[in-house]
Design a protein around this ligand. Structure first.
Ligand code: DAK
Length: 265
């Protein structure tokens, strides 16, 4: 039987039996380069993950064995001027920020090159798993550009200012092993195990209380606030968590030596 046609021009979108949506960038002949259509499809696909109650978590990956995404589509750069570039950056940033703000966990399964905009897309996900052949880099300065989809902001927050400065100013690529050593990726696996590892991590997260997961993501995002404000945010979210049915269920199940059955309320 033929697989159903994807509702997206440039993505594959499948939800498995455990409620994990696997979104696959699907331009393998262009190493999954991110063009305007890919950005629009990503926006629509992530909206769908929010509204679809079956979906509990997301894995984002690329098709083929060479690339997660080899960057923004350079073929679209020819007509960019200063005004258009600014507009483009704001739009792309908003889409990647909506991925980062997803209340459902998003894990990038990086199956090869993650360069430029592709690296920035992986940075917008909550966690990253890489195949052993993955390579990360922000080569924009070699094209007369700078990262425009959040790379100058998210990379230093993840790996520190010094390492991010080196990657952004040299444009040098780093291996998966190095990316793991500096905290850019959480795990490195053989290519054949990559998707399963990403699904396993999302599976573990979605076995927990969904509202608590969303609140924890929210609290973690507050790390950029001054600490006193971040602590206030944490306390407010902690209070909200205490008001959920899932909190009662979690405590009740523990005290009765049962497995909790979370309802997401
Ligand atoms: N864009 C368009 N096409 C690409 C591409 C890209 N980024 N990367 C690869 N391709 C295409 C190649 O042109 C080739 O197409 P055909 O010639 O077959 O039609 C096909 O994919 C296979 O690529 P190669 O033949 O080059 O494959 P190799 O294995 O030899 O080399 C490579 C793999 C990843 C080393 C090489 O393809 C490469 O260097 N690619 C470009 C990497 C790169 O510089 N990426 C762009 C970084 S700059 C913005 C916001 C963000 C950004 C820009 C603007 N605004 C807000 C305005 C982000 C910028 C970037 O991402």
């Amino acid at each position: 039987m033929e697989a159903p046609a994807s509702p997206f021009d440039t993505l594959l979108y499948n939800v498995d039996a455990d409620g994990i949506a696997v979104i696959t960038l699907n331009r393998p002949d262009k190493l999954n380069a991110i063009n305007t259509q890919v950005l629009a499809d990503l926006q629509r696909a992530f909206r769908q993950t929010r509204s679809d109650e079956r979906v509990r978590g997301v894995v984002l990956t690329g098709s083929g064995e060479k690339a997660f995404a080899a960057g923004a589509d350079i073929a679209e750069f020819t007509d960019l001027d200063a005004l258009e570039g600014h507009r483009f950056a704001l739009r792309g940033q908003a889409i990647l920020t909506s991925i980062e703000n997803s209340p459902k966990p998003v894990v990038a399964a990086v199956n090869g090159y993650a360069l430029g905009g592709g690296c920035e897309l992986a940075l917008a996900c909550h966690l990253r798993v890489a195949s052993e052949n993955a390579q990360f880099g922000l080569p924009e300065v070699g094209l007369g550009l700078i990262p425009g989809y959040g790379g100058t902001q998210r990379l230093p927050r993840l790996v520190g200012q010094g390492l991010a400065t080196e990657m952004i100013l040299t444009g040098d690529r780093i291996t998966a092993e190095r990316a793991h050593a500096i905290g850019l990726v959480n795990h490195v696996t053989p290519s054949s195990d990559l998707l399963a590892k990403a699904q396993e991590i999302v599976g573990t997260i979605v076995s927990k209380a969904p509202l608590a997961v969303a609140m924890a993501l929210n609290a973690l995002r507050s790390v950029d606030l001054p600490q006193a404000q971040g602590l206030q945010m944490e306390a407010a979210l902690f209070g909200q968590a205490c008001g959920t049915e899932d909190f009662q269920e979690g405590v009740h199940a523990f005290l009765n030596k049962q497995k909790p059955e979370f309802s997401g309320r």
